[in-house]
Design a binder for this molecule. Structure first.
Ligand SMILES: Nc1ncnc2c1ncn2[C@@H]1O[C@H](COP(=O)(O)OP(=O)(O)OP(=O)(O)O)[C@@H](O)[C@H]1O
Length: 230
């Protein structure tokens, strides 16, 4: 279960959300520009400290203002992937991948190289990769840490049509083959339709309960009405 209840003020903007979602599959996070998606992501990843609230993933508390808990990003077990697949430019693909792992993990590395088709790229540096290839490496590096949760912030938006489709197919394959839950921000309805198992819609810093609810994964304790099971 992914449990999120938090308040964060930024200037005139107030993010105030309270929802839960199953910790498997893909949760789509959608909403118009300025709705607070990136702010919520940043709070989940630990880059922004909420004013109050609680965040837990699989029962593990990452942030709890009442209990004085605020784990730093590196201890949250969360992998983050941004639009432009930030990689270390001076390291080879192989070393970028290994950088993600807290300790050597040859079995996982081999699996990811296979699934992400990185074999021919391993000795290249990021400057010699296409956008889609860079994004595949970024996904691999995040997964090398065996995260409890993967956050993807518009991972396809910097890619052209062909590359976008290539990485989308890969994400579909990952959803089917790994047990790592993902939260996926996108403006593209098509991406959400293909990838997301459930959806949270943000508007003006709040979760909008605009869809019929299925059974609540947390016993109706939270605003299950805000989560649409697609
Ligand atoms: N440091 C800041 N200080 C004041 N306001 C901020 C700050 N950072 C973001 N905001 C405001 O918070 C609101 C939410 O921004 P956020 O980036 O989370 O939205 P978003 O849904 O991710 O938008 P987009 O889809 O355009 O990326 C916006 O109104 C933004 O102007």
């Amino acid at each position: 279960m992914i449990e999120v209840a938090l308040v964060k003020r930024q200037g005139d903007f107030l993010l105030e959300v309270d929802f839960c979602a199953p910790a498997d599959g893909v949760l789509g996070l959608v909403g118009p520009s300025g709705a607070g998606k990136s702010t919520l992501f940043s709070c989940l990843a630990g880059h922004t400290r909420p004013d109050a609230g609680r965040i837990a993933v699989q029962g593990r508390v990452l942030y709890d203002s009442a209990a004085g808990i605020n784990l730093p990003p590196a201890r949250r077990g969360i992998g983050v992937i941004f639009q432009d697949g930030l990689l270390f430019p001076h390291l080879s693909v192989r070393r970028n991948l290994r950088y993600g792992a807290p300790r050597p993990d040859p079995a996982l590395e081999a699996q990811l190289v296979e699934v992400l088709a990185l074999g021919p790229l391993l000795s290249r540096r990021p400057g010699a990769l296409s956008g889609g290839e860079r994004q595949r490496v970024a996904i691999g590096r995040a997964l090398m840490a065996r995260p409890d949760l993967l956050l993807l912030d518009e991972p396809l938006s910097a890619l052209d049509g062909g590359r976008r489709d290539e990485v989308m197919r890969l994400l579909e394959e990952l959803r089917a083959t790994t047990s790592t839950p993902m939260i996926y921000i996108s403006h593209a309805a098509e991406e959400i339709r293909r990838l997301a198992d459930s959806v949270v819609t943000l508007r003006g810093g709040r979760v909008v309960a605009d869809c019929a609810a299925g059974p609540s994964p947390c016993g109706g304790r939270r605003v299950a009405g805000a989560v649409r099971w697609v």
